[in-house]
Write a protein that binds this ligand. Structure first.
Ligand code: ATP
Ligand code: MG
Length: 205
């Protein structure tokens, strides 16, 4: 696996988009792995506003997902959280996320958009891929149980990276909470406590 051709001296910033309902250790390991692989200076987690693709179920309030993301990343000095998607009305499109982050961080920064390889195909399939690639390098993380379909990814702007086998998903965490099963150690301790405190997911399923 080759490193992306980075312009020397530029700050490298990862942008980790997700619903984070709730954030779990799979997300954190993925961010940490990508940060290591690309020598990133920072990873910004960006919880979605109203996710466009997830129409099946009511997603938790943006403020709860934002706060959980802050709690889960608080101890890592290279992790931060952005409100750009949470504060923008309407469904979240990656192009808007990248434009906003790019405006905030300025031209002296190289952006790496980190997402699951599963989500990557969809994003590049239905949004203006050319403009996306002008704004960021794309990193698709593979995880167990998700085989890769090559959506005809353009050379040089996309890297697929294998993440250590962490078969954790937010859906499974929610389901476990709803069934009274523990989620200790699947998510950071503070997230277990926040979910209980706010009564999230308990009535689902
Ligand atoms: P859900 O089960 O509701 O789909 P999720 O666990 O996939 O949730 P998202 O917030 O949708 O969580 O994930 C944000 C991104 O992180 C997605 O692109 C997803 O593919 C990726 N991701 C989620 N879990 C893992 C994991 N265990 N390892 C690597 N990447 C992951
Ligand atoms: Mg998912």
């Amino acid at each position: 696996m080759m490193n992306a051709p980075g312009v020397q001296g530029k700050r490298r910033v990862g942008v980790m988009g997700g619903t984070f309902d709730p954030i779990h250790h799979g997300h954190l390991v993925a961010a940490s792995e990508v940060a290591h692989h690309f020598d990133l200076d920072e990873v910004v987690f960006v919880p979605t506003g109203r996710p466009y693709q997830k129409s099946g179920r009511e997603v938790s309030a943006p403020e709860d997902r934002y706060l959980m993301t802050v709690i889960a990343t608080a101890s890592n000095p290279r992790f931060s959280v952005s409100r750009v998607d949470v504060d923008r009305p309407g469904p979240t499109f990656t192009i808007d996320t990248l434009r906003d982050i790019s405006n905030i961080y300025g031209p002296e920064v190289e952006l790496y958009f980190i997402t699951g390889a599963d989500a990557l195909g969809a994003i590049l399939g239905w949004q203006d891929a050319d403009e996306l690639f002008e704004l960021a390098h794309f990193v698709g993380c593979t995880r167990p149980g998700h085989t890769l379909h090559d959506p005809g990814l353009p050379e040089g702007r996309v890297t697929l990276l294998e993440i250590p086998a962490l078969a954790i998903s937010s859906s499974e965490c929610r389901q476990r909470v709803a069934q009274g099963e523990p989620i200790w150690y699947l998510v950071p301790d503070g997230i277990v406590q926040y979910i209980n405190k706010r009564g999230l997911y308990h009535g689902e399923g």
